[in-house]
Design a protein around this ligand. Sequence first.
Ligand code: KG4
Ligand code: ZN
Length: 334
Amino acid sequence: MSVRILAIESSCDDTGAAVIVDGKILSNHIANQSIHEQYGGVVPELASRAHQENIVPVVDIALQTAGVKREELSAIAFTQSPGLIGSLLVGSCFAKSMAMALDIPLIGVHHMQAHVLANFIDDPKPDFPFLCLTVSGGHTQIVLCESPLQMRVIGATLDDAAGEAFDKSAKILGLPYPGGPLIDKYAQSGDGNRFKFTEPRIPELNFSFSGLKTAILYFLQENQQKDPDFIAKNLPDICASIQQRIVSILMNKMVKASQETGIRDIAIAGGVSANSGLRKALAEYGTKHHWRTFIPKFEYCTDNAGMIAMTAYYKYLAGDFVSLDVVPTARAAF
Ligand code: KG4
Ligand code: ZN
């Protein structure tokens, strides 16, 4: 008997649905919410409303693309935490209703655990134990993975996440939200060695990005005072220098984590793993330090339901289900 799972992701501003059959993703559909751009960040109330509008068509498309009928499903999975509570509630209520109507099990998935397991969607897959640098708009973590469902956070940011560091820097530069991909775009034609931002000295395997943000702000204010066109004239070099520093902060901690644990299978995950500078650096550091490196396909790096489906498949095999009275939570450890 095949295991067919429908997974729903609604933790932030993207409504996603995916179907996985016997561990293979057959569809992965996402509806992005452009409404937030004009506000320079995600507006929680608007995100919940957009999820409500999107969820039925997104689920329909995911089922149709996979060629799976509702009645054939073995389980329904949803993102249980962490995330915006109003957004999580839309996905969880929908998933619960469907599981109840079809009388099939319900699976609650931790969004950050799912980002890590995005590395298991395609081949080659890391061997256990491996280390994963999970970098998104809300989190920056070094995760030690012992098995698909056994993971430990061994390092994390003390303030801003790496994605926030990109987005806030972009905002200071006057770029629209979310600025991470734009910094990446401009950085490609810039010189990352042109402007030097100091690397913070943070103990253990932890990170901090708030000092960098302030340093960038003062640097730009000072230079704009001297020349009001400073940003306009130097945008690619500024973006490349910011990106180079964020990437080196991340990679240097991964070197430390690998040395301390002796683990050389190194993966990255989360929205920021779409960054071309980080992808390039992972390959370079990998060669230098004899790592085997892993990055999910682009569509599985940023928020998506495919990674929720992958995690749900492992949970299904482990019989790890939740009851219909489960509630989503904005924050949760794993
Ligand atoms: O994982 P994700 O899609 O959503 C969260 O769970 O937060 O990550 C979104 C974050 C945003 O901060 C966005 O700016 C950043 O990932 N991001 C990038 C790139 N693509 C997405 N940052 C730098 N370069 C990129 N190419
Ligand atoms: Zn995410």
